[in-house]
Write a protein that binds this ligand. Sequence first.
Ligand code: NAP
Length: 290
Amino acid sequence: MKKIMITGATGNLGQLALQFLLQKAPAASLSAIARDPSKLDSYKKQGVHVIRADYEDKESLLKAFQSVDLLYFISGSDVERRYQQHQHIVDAARQAGIKQVVYTSFQRKSESTDSPIAPVAGTHLQTEKWLKESGLSYTILKHALYSEVIPMFARPDVIEKGVIYLPAGGGKVSFASRSDMAQAAAHILTTSGHENKTYEFSGPVSYSFGDIAKILGDLSGKRIIYVSPSAEEFRNTLSGAGVPAAVIEVAVIFGEGIKQGEFDFPDPTLENMLGRKVQPVENFLKTVYA
Ligand code: NAP
């Protein structure tokens, strides 16, 4: 029985992955790390081994990774800190003798440091490099933007306001849902033949925010328009409305990246791996905005 360990198990993606893994593997073969293990009490009751560890503390990772065969390494959420944190995880995995690391990376068209998405892509590129150089078997999952980020960019009150305001131009995104990616990861973690492979995890169709406005208009029966200002106008408008600068910058980074086609990557790999259609963006929007 292979021992599978999950990082980021208390997060959105990690919870879904744990649920899919429990359908495919005995609970006793699964373990998860958490900064606060009590968040995983319900999984512990089902037999999952839960260990306290922090990406900041390499020794805690090294201890937790003992006797683990396969690591599902979910990328860290602290963009400022994750260079160091990811280095700790890769080093600890190598030292603990883990056989294979399945890493949730980032889909992109360009790896240029001039790209608008360079501030978030840099750690993923570096982590892929560390994994490839580490001598560990690796599987890189290049995640598309989650469908779940659409409400963050389009705003939860878009139906009421009637407008999507984002500097993303006519750029398109091949969104896929977290749940589909988590289920495909569970498949990879419980089947063989994925060593030293890289998979594109995206939807088969790309959508612009104009397309999303049209879908939301059709769903709600209201007129929803899409306005794409320049990055400068966007910053001025949102800071005038009291939106924190850090939040504005994230929207600008992703908006500009989308405009440049960084996330326009339709691909059948995810559907082929799941053996079914992925959740269409239209269905996702219906569940969120119904
Ligand atoms: P999430 O819900 O924010 O979960 C992040 C997870 O990382 C949580 O379990 C959190 O644990 C854990 N974590 C953070 N810092 C840690 C530390 N120092 N030590 C140990 N654990 C730590 O994120 P998600 O939605 O599941 O997404 C998973 C990852 O995908 C994110 O972390 C991010 O890298 C990336 N992402 C991708 C997209 C996309 O559209 N493709 C969008 C957002 C994020 P705690 O419970 O202790 O906080």
